[in-house]
Design a protein around this ligand. Structure first.
Ligand code: G3H
Length: 479
């Protein structure tokens, strides 16, 4: 089979690295070699950053309307390449073709919405005399200006959408971008940049740097030419990144252990539907997956019965056949999930269904009677295993929910809106969903992680704000 070696993109050109080394990318489900990407050198990173700095000087002067036109074209080009990109996403990160196509369409929508939001944002002005002793003759004009060169590091699970969620706000706001895709996801990222190249984006504004995180990751993060970092990925990597980065703005979207809290008065059928979709779509490889259920013991058996029936209906297998539960991204991930299941079973959890493995494919697994001494009660599996923890009160559910190191999202299932708010108000998380699964979208909602789940915020407007800073110009009138 003819395997492509993809070039990296710098200063508007596709290049081979002087390292003459390439990283092999294997499909997580067929285990076939699907392509190679350049393992670029530190010197090439320096070059890419200088090109970005140079390009940004002109770009920040380009009118917002003109910048918008490039991004609209990018969205159109992406849709023109939808099938081609989706095919690569499927092969590279093992997402079903339907989901991969939706990811591309969601990305085009996200880019367009980001442009429109930016076009409608405006600064403000303040008069001096509203402060005691201040004078009317002082007027402050407050506007948002770009930060410079943004380092965008998306994760493997949304190699297109979460990359564009960083690139689009950066570019429309007048920044240049150094785009470091996840190694597994790099070909999808390259394809996305092909669409941007076709859109005619001025050279140097976006440079894609591929290579092993272990080799170029720290170098990029610590580089003096980087003015802001937007990272989505694991909590450990994010925490290390935050320690190493210079004094620059950071937005970190990290892991989660989102609880689904089920009260006695919940619509159990609906709650189960949301929990199953929240926990098992794309094999639970979403930071926002429901990763534990905290159910009132009086309805636990009933809920379990429905969950078991629904889990057993989930389609399992290759993403090429459109299955929901697909092989995990790599063997290490599958081993980790298997370890969590094993630990829980050893410590007395009840296996309701699942715990079958074929290579990287872990069958959807439900564990009942999970207790807080089990690793699966606290650790993020990023795989298709759902622990059920029985609780005796809302207070206990809130306590266990908050004892987690993470604070991304939480779901509460109840028919009593006052109770829902009473619980929601006490949950330490960026977002709380009432009677719905945990999820980031729609993409213009603020998306926030607290505690080990991150810092800063994403979501269209928040993305734009995070990639700009306020600048104040004060007019001192003489009359
Ligand atoms: O994996 C992290 C993503 O931000 C989750 O996005 O809720 O749309 O799946 P999602």
């Amino acid at each position: 089979m003819n395997v492509t070696t993809y070039k990296f993109y710098m200063n508007g050109e596709w290049k081979e690295s002087s390292s003459q080394q390439a990283i092999e990318i294997y499909s997580p489900y067929s285990l076939d070699l699907i392509g190679r990407v350049q393992a670029i050198t530190r010197e090439e990173i320096d070059e890419a950053i200088s090109f970005a700095q140079e390009a940004q000087k002109n770009w920040k002067e380009v009118s917002l309307q003109d910048r918008a036109q490039y991004l609209y074209k990018w969205a159109n080009e992406l849709m023109g390449m939808q099938d081609e990109i989706a095919e690569i996403v499927m092969k590279e990160v093992g997402k079903s073709l339907k989901d991969a196509k939706s990811e591309v369409a969601r990305t085009a929508d996200l880019i367009r919405y980001t442009v429109e939001e930016a076009l409608h944002m405006h600064g403000e002005s303040m008069k001096g005399d509203s402060f005691p002793g201040g004078s009317k003759s002082k007027v402050a004009m407050i506007e948002r200006v770009p930060l410079g060169v943004v380092l965008a590091i998306p994760p493997f699970n949304y190699p297109v959408n979460l990359a564009a969620a960083k690139l689009a706000p950066a570019l429309i706001s007048g920044n240049a971008v150094i785009f470091k895709p996840a190694t597994q996801g790099a070909i999808s990222g390259i394809k996305m940049i092909e669409a941007l190249h076709k859109a005619g984006l001025p050279k140097g504004l976006v440079n894609i740097v591929t290579g092993r995180g272990a080799v170029i990751g720290d170098y990029l993060v610590e580089h003096k030419g980087i003015n802001m970092i937007s990272f989505t990925g694991g909590t450990n990597t994010g925490t290390q990144l935050a320690k190493k980065a210079a004094m620059i703005p950071l937005v970190l979207e990290l892991g989660g252990k989102d609880p689904g809290i089920v009260c006695e008065d919940a619509d159990l059928q609906e709650a189960a539907k949301q929990i199953i979709s929240g926990a098992f779509s794309y094999s639970g490889q979403r930071c926002t997956a429901i990763k534990r259920v905290l159910v009132h013991e009086s309805v636990a058996n009933k809920l379990l019965k429905i969950l078991k029936e629904e889990v057993e209906k989930l389609s399992v297998g290759s993403p090429e056949e459109g299955n929901t539960v697909v092989p995990l991204i790599d063997t290490g991930s599958a081993d980790f999930v298997q370890g969590l299941i094993g630990d829980a079973l050893e410590k007395g959890a009840t296996l309701v269904t699942g715990n079958k493995r074929e290579d990287n494919l872990i069958h959807p697994t439900l564990l009942d009677h999970v207790t807080i001494d089990m690793r699966v009660a606290w650790e993020e599996p990023f795989g298709p295993v759902l622990p059920i923890i029985r609780v005796s009160s809302d207070e206990e559910a809130i306590r266990i929910a908050n004892e987690s190191e993470f604070g991304l999202q939480a779901s509460i299932f109840t028919k009593d809106i006052n109770r829902a708010f009473a619980i929601a108000n006490q949950i330490e998380a960026g977002s709380v969903q009432i009677n719905g699964r945990t999820e980031r979208g729609p993409d213009h909602f603020p998306f926030i992680g607290v505690k080990g789940s991150g810092m800063g915020a994403q979501g269209v407007r928040k993305g734009l704000e995070s990639m700009t800073r306020e600048k104040v110009t004060v007019l001192n009138l003489t009359k």
